[in-house]
Every structure is written in C-alpha cells, then in structure tokens.
Design a protein around this ligand. Structure first.
Ligand code: TYM
Length: 335
C-alpha cells in the first residue's frame, strides 16, 4: 500500500476480549469495510489494550487469532487493506512511551472510560488502564491517520489523541496528522436488548442483552423476540421509546431503509411482527460473517501468515513516523 495517489488514511482497532457484538459490528466493523474501498486503510487487533484486564493467557492467545479471523470474515481484504495484530508492530509501544511524556495526568484522569473501568475492576486499577488512551493515540498517530471509524463510546479517546498530537506538534514541530473521528449516523451506539438505556456491551453478564456476531439464526431470533420495548405498541421513533428506537436503528442499518419507511412498513402491526423482521434482517446481515469465520478458522496457517504479512506492511509505515518522533524529541540515532 504505497501512498502514491494520497488517498485519506483510515485506521481503527478492536480489542480481542470477546467475540464482537452487533454493536461493534454496526458501530465500527461494517464502516471499516465500506471505507476500505476508497481509502488507504489499516485495521488491527488491539491485543496490548486487552492486557489491562488480565485475561487468562492461553484464552487471550486463542482470542487474538479468532479476532483476526473475524476481521477477514466481515469482508476486510488483506490485499486491499493492512490487517494486523498490534503487538506485532513494537513501534506502537515505543511511541506510546514518548507520547506519555506529552500527556498530562489531569487530561488522562478525565477519561470517562477510565472512571467506568476503575469502578468495574476496583481490585485491578493498573497503570495500563490509565494509560490506555495514550497507547490508542500511538496506534492512530503512527500511521498519520486522517479518519478513525469508531462507535460513539470512543469519541473522547479520539479527542485526547488529537490533543496529544497538537501539543507534540506545537512543542516539537509538525510531526503528526490530526485525526478526525468517523462516527456513523446510525449504529454509533447500539443499545442493550434488555436495558435499552445502556450500550450493548461484550461484557454484559446477561446473555440476552447482546447479540454476538457469531450467534446462530435461532439464538438471534430468540434474543430479539425477548427484547425489551414499551407498552405503546406503535412502531415509531420517539422519546421514551428507547427499545423501539434501538430496534429501528438496527433494522435501518441492516436494510438501508430510513425511519419513515420503517414506520410505514409496520403501520398497524404489532411489536411481535417487527421484532421478527428485525431478527431476520440481522440474521441475513451476519450469515456470511459466520460462514466465512468457520472457513477461515480451518486454516490457521493462512491466518498466521496473513497476520505476519500485515504486520510487515504496517511496520514499514510505523517506523517512518517513529523515527521522525524520536529525532524531534532528541533521541540519538546510530544509523
Ligand atoms: P472496542 O474493542 O471496545 O470496540 C471496537 C469498536 O466497536 C465500537 N462499539 C460500539 N459501537 C456501537 N454500539 C455499541 N454498543 C458499541 N460497542 C463498541 C467501539 O466504539 C469501537 O469503535 N479502545 C478501542 C480499541 C482501540 C482503537 C485504537 C480504536 C485501540 N486502539 C485506535 C480506534 C483507534 C476499544 O476498546 O474498542
């Protein structure tokens, strides 16, 4: 991927902590694939970020490869985009250290995800959890990314990445491109099916609350049938209708229909009919992903080889930026 035509650079990453949910898919992965057609894209499995919650090592190793397979299964083409595993490019950790020295304690303390995670993991508030957004800034800035496709929950992390880049550029001269978030209008915040005021999350203990992108059609249908709605029994977008709003957004993302068309399609029909249609649309959307994933997991050598090639391509770009940053801060080079 030589940047001869100067197409915009797009980068994003996903943690391998568990199989992605429909939220990760509609909020991020689906956009990754769409953006890969007209941009120079890099997509990575953020395995270093996953270490902050102390996953069981052998389980993590398996999950990293599974997540890599999922990235290919959703339709990312490793010939067209650079698809790699973060820890295979050591420049990420190196630049993160340099950026640590350009990040203020106060600004990192304001990250809402750090506050939430500290509450959830009160017995393990490690420095990595605190430093998480700086490593994320390194992921982005190493590749001079113009756009970062993410769900709404990562917006604050993008803002701090920009602030760090700006501070560095002001103090040491222009080094990093300032990245912009790319947040889709719909699907940016897919909500829990059981409590539609909360975001759909991989870590939700209630299995009915979230759809895994590898769930079977039966399971998907059951989960949508038990989705929490309201008592009005009218399919329309509105205040106080979080459950229906969420189902309408999901349906819209999968079918391309706008809210007006959805409201007229279900005029006079009950929630039962609507839930079945939403489930069917999601089943069709995810069917190829599950099939591709099953096939890819049969050939682990291919996955490892492709991941290694992706890391080589990423490293070539990353080391150019790292060398520039090292020089700017005054580190001595011997070559
Ligand atoms: P992660 O692994 O938690 O989530 C991956 C992507 O999925 C989006 N997302 C959602 N979108 C809509 N609705 C939801 N319910 C939902 N839940 C999750 C997230 O916003 C994200 O885009 N820190 C990042 C990984 C990361 C990264 C980066 C991202 C590491 N380095 C550099 C961008 C650039 C994370 O934990 O995402």
């Amino acid at each position: 991927m030589e940047n001869t035509e100067k197409r915009p650079v797009v980068l994003s990453c996903i943690q391998p902590t568990s199989i992605p949910t429909l939220g990760n898919y509609l909020g991020a992965l689906k956009n990754w694939k769409e953006m890969s057609r007209s941009n120079d894209c890099l997509y990575a499995v953020a395995d270093l970020h996953a270490l902050t919650v102390h996953p069981e090592p052998s389980k993590l190793r398996a999950q990293i490869l599974e997540m890599y397979a999922i990235l290919l299964a959703v339709g990312l083409d490793p010939e067209e985009s650079i698809v790699f595993i973060q820890s295979h490019v050591p420049a990420h950790a190196e630049l993160a250290w340099i950026l640590n020295c350009y990040t203020m304690f106060g600004e990192a303390s304001r990250m809402t995800q750090f506050k939430d995670k500290s509450q959830k993991h009160a017995d393990n508030i490690n420095v990595g959890l605190f430093d998480y957004p700086v490593l994320m800034a390194a992921d982005i800035l190493l590749y001079q990314a113009n756009f970062v496709p993410i769900g709404a929950d990562q917006k604050q992390h993008l803002e701090i990445a920009r602030d760090i880049a700006e501070r560095f550029n002001n103090l040491r001269g222009n080094t990093f491109t300032l990245p912009e978030p790319y947040i889709g209008k719909l699907g940016a915040k897919v909500m829990s099916l059981q409590d539609p005021t909360q975001k759909m999350s991989k870590s939700d203990p209630n299995p009915k609350a979230s759809i895994s992108i590898l769930d079977t059609p039966d399971v998907i249908m059951k989960k949508f049938k038990s989705a929490v709605t309201d008592s009005e029994a009218v399919v329309r977008y509105g205040e106080g209708k979080d459950g229906i709003n969420n189902l309408m957004a999901i349906y819209s993302c999968c079918t391309g229909l706008d809210f007006e068309k959805i409201e007229s399609e279900f005029a006079g029909k009950g929630y039962g009919d609507f839930k079945v249609k939403v489930a069917e649309a999601v089943i069709e959307e995810l069917r190829p992903v599950r099939e591709n994933f099953d096939n890819l997991m049969k050939d682990k050598d291919y996955l490892l080889r492709t991941a290694a090639e992706g890391a080589d391509k990423a490293a070539r770009i990353a080391y150019r930026t790292l060398a520039k940053a090292k020089k700017k801060v005054g580190l001595l080079s011997v070559n």
